[in-house]
Design a protein. Structure first.
Length: 253
């Protein structure tokens, strides 16, 4: 049976497939939003590696069964297994980084207390600011240099410039956001697959499957609308103690 064109499909009784396509757009938008917050907690390397690996593992597995196992499992799943290993390695990297940062900050805090008790100024290279030019002290000349990358001072300096403050928060929050983003990304492909191929036979007899272009239209509309609404809400009512803003400030920035 010849499939109708894009415009004629907009008026057909194909709502089950339309809803699958729109659901794909919704989960993609949620995944994008979760990724924005996950990046602040665990960084680019962990967020992208873990979320992308989860996307491949879950998305490939679900599509494999939706398509009635038409691909060779002995070829497909060794690659999926590699991505699964990447999930565990990425999680391990995050746990290691979190423990390392905690140790640095605790050491920095202890050193600061010792300096206060001794009524002295630390000369550590890891201090946030350093007094230079001691010969010009009578002139009140002071100079500072940037904290060394990876030190506790660097982490404190970075925290002051962040829109989302993460020091003192549980490291589990960032990892949970990353896993949630990966789960959302992994579902949009199976949803799009169901929208265009109707493996669950939700369409009425005689109703043609959605063309890819039609499914992509509904997918894009739902992704845009949900993303716009959620970002606008969080702009005025931010979470995680982020600073409030407005649409006017965003457009003029």
């Amino acid at each position: 049976m010849e499939r109708p064109n894009f415009l004629s499909q907009l008026s057909q009784d194909n709502w089950p497939s339309v809803l699958f396509a729109m659901a794909g757009g919704v989960v993609l938008s949620l995944g994008n939003l979760a990724t924005q917050y996950a990046l602040a907690f665990v960084g680019l390397s962990v967020t992208e590696v873990v979320s992308a690996s989860i996307t491949v593992v879950i998305g490939t597995t679900v599509n494999y069964y939706l398509d009635d196992k038409i691909n060779k499992a002995e070829i497909l799943f060794p690659g999926v297994g590699c991505f699964l290993i990447a999930v565990f390695l990425g999680s391990g990297v995050h746990a290691s980084n979190a423990a390392d940062n905690k140790a640095k900050l605790e050491s920095y805090s202890n050193e600061s207390k010792d300096d206060i008790r001794g009524d002295s100024i630390t000369d550590s290279k890891q201090a946030y600011t350093k007094r230079l030019g001691e010969n010009d002290a009578e002139k009140g000349v002071k100079a500072t240099e940037k904290a060394k990358f990876g030190t506790a001072s660097f982490l404190i300096d970075l925290e002051k410039r962040r829109a989302i403050n993460i020091l003192g928060r549980s490291s589990i929050v960032g990892l949970a956001l990353t896993f949630f983003a990966g789960a959302c990304f992994s579902l949009f492909s199976p949803a799009f697959n169901l929208a265009t191929n109707d493996q669950w036979h939700t369409l009425k007899d005689g109703v043609p499957h959605l063309k890819v272009y039609t499914a992509f239209f509904y997918f894009s509309v739902s992704c845009f609308v949900v993303g716009w609404i959620l970002n606008l809400i969080f702009l005025y009512r931010p979470i995680l103690n982020a600073p409030k803003s407005s649409l006017k400030a965003y457009l003029t920035d």
